[in-house]
Design a binder for this molecule. Structure first.
Ligand SMILES: NC(=O)c1ccc[n+]([C@@H]2O[C@H](COP(=O)([O-])OP(=O)(O)OC[C@H]3O[C@@H](n4cnc5c(N)ncnc54)[C@H](OP(=O)(O)O)[C@@H]3O)[C@@H](O)[C@H]2O)c1
Length: 258
C-alpha cells in the first residue's frame, strides 16, 4: 500500500524471471527504480525484463547473469555490479530452489543449501560496501515458514549421509533467517538494514521438483487445493515489497516478517 517512490534508486532482485521475484521487480520498477534482474537463464530473464518494462512504463530494467549454484558466477556478478553501478539501495535475495533431487552446486555443496543460502550469503557480503555507500539501504531475504522445522546439520551440512529434500530446504531457509539476524547485528549503525520473510503459500513454479514425485491422486488433489488456498504471485510479492519500501521499516532490522 505504500506510495514510496524509488526514483534514482537501484534495486537488485535475484531469481526475477518468474514468480514472486518477477512480481516484486515489476512493483519496484513501477516505483521508478533502476531494477537489475539477477538471473541464471538470460533468455527467460530477457523476456521477463521486456514484460516488466512494458507493464511498468520504466525502461530502466536490465538483466545480469547470476547463477547462485556457482560461487564463480556470484563473484563475476558482484564484480560487474561494483564496477558498473554507482549505488545499490535495495538487494532482494529472492531466488530459491525447493525439494530438488540430491544435486550439487558447481562447488560441491548440496544444491538447496548452496543456492538458497551460500550463494546469497556470498553475494550479500560482496555487495556490502556498495550498500553501505548508498545508505540508507536495505537487504531483504526471502526465507520460508519451513525454517521453523529447520536444523543446521553442522556435522553433515550437505546431508551426504542421509539426504532428504524437505530437510535440506528447511535447513537452507533457517540459514536465511540466522544470516539475517547476524547481519543485522553486524550492520548496526551503518544505515543498512537486513530483514527476512515468509511470502505465504503462493502459486509459483517452486513446486517444480516436488510435483513429479507426487502420486497421481495427490497431483489431482493439488489442483483444487492450490486454486482454493494458494495465494497469487501478486499477493506473494507483497511482503517482499513491504520490507523493501515501507517507510515504517526505515530503522527496523533483524526481523522476520510473514
Ligand atoms: N511459492 C511459495 O509458496 C513459497 C513459500 C515460501 C517461500 N518461498 C520462497 O520464495 C522465493 C521465490 O520463489 P517462487 O515461489 O517465486 O518460486 P519460482 O517461481 O520457482 O522462482 C524461483 C526463482 O529462483 C531462480 N533460481 C533457482 N535456482 C537458481 C540459481 N541457481 N541461480 C539463480 N536463480 C535461481 C529461478 O530461476 P529459473 O527459472 O531459471 O529456475 C526463479 O527465477 C524462494 O526463495 C522460495 O523459497 C516460496
Amino acid at each position: 500500500m505504500s506510495k514510496a517512490r524509488l526514483d534514482g534508486k537501484t534495486v537488485i532482485v535475484t531469481g526475477a524471471n518468474v514468480g514472486i521475484g518477477k512480481e516484486t521487480a515489476k512493483d519496484l520498477a513501477q516505483r521508478g527504480a533502476r531494477v537489475i534482474l539477477a538471473c541464471r537463464d538470460l533468455e527467460k530473464a530477457g523476456k521477463a525484463a521486456k514484460e516488466i518494462r512494458k507493464a511498468s512504463g520504466n525502461g530502466n530494467v536490465v538483466v545480469q547473469k547470476l547463477d547462485l549454484a556457482s560461487l564463480q558466477s556470484v563473484r563475476s556478478f558482484a564484480n560487474k555490479i561494483t564496477e558498473t553501478e554507482t549505488r545499490l539501495d535495495i538487494l532482494i535475495n529472492n531466488a530459491g530452489i525447493m525439494r530438488c533431487p540430491k544435486w550439487k552446486t558447481e562447488d560441491g555443496f548440496e544444491m538447496q543449501f548452496g543456492v538458497n543460502h551460500l550463494g546469497h550469503f556470498l553475494l550479500t557480503n560482496l555487495l556490502l560496501d556498495l550498500l553501505k555507500k548508498s545508505a540508507p539501504s536495505r537487504i531483504v531475504t526471502v526465507s520460508s515458514l519451513a525454517h521453523i522445522r529447520g536444523k543446521i546439520n553442522f556435522d553433515d551440512i550437505n546431508l551426504d549421509n542421509c539426504y532428504d529434500p524437505a530437510v535440506s530446504y528447511e535447513q537452507s531457509k533457517l540459514a536465511n533467517v540466522l544470516f539475517t539476524r547476524e547481519l543485522a547485528k553486524k550492520l548496526k549503525d551503518t544505515g543498512v538494514t537486513a530483514n527476512c520473510l515468509h511470502p505465504g503459500v503462493i502459486q509459483t513454479e517452486i513446486i517444480r521438483h516436488l510435483y513429479p514425485t507426487l502420486s497421481i491422486w495427490l497431483k489431482i488433489l493439488l489442483v483444487p487445493i492450490s486454486i482454493l488456498t494458494f495465494k497469487s504471485v501478486q499477493q506473494g510479492a507483497q511482503t517482499s515489497i513491504y520490507c523493501a519500501v515501507s517507510e515504517e521499516l526505515d530503522n527496523v532490522s533483524g526481523l522476520y516478517f510473514r
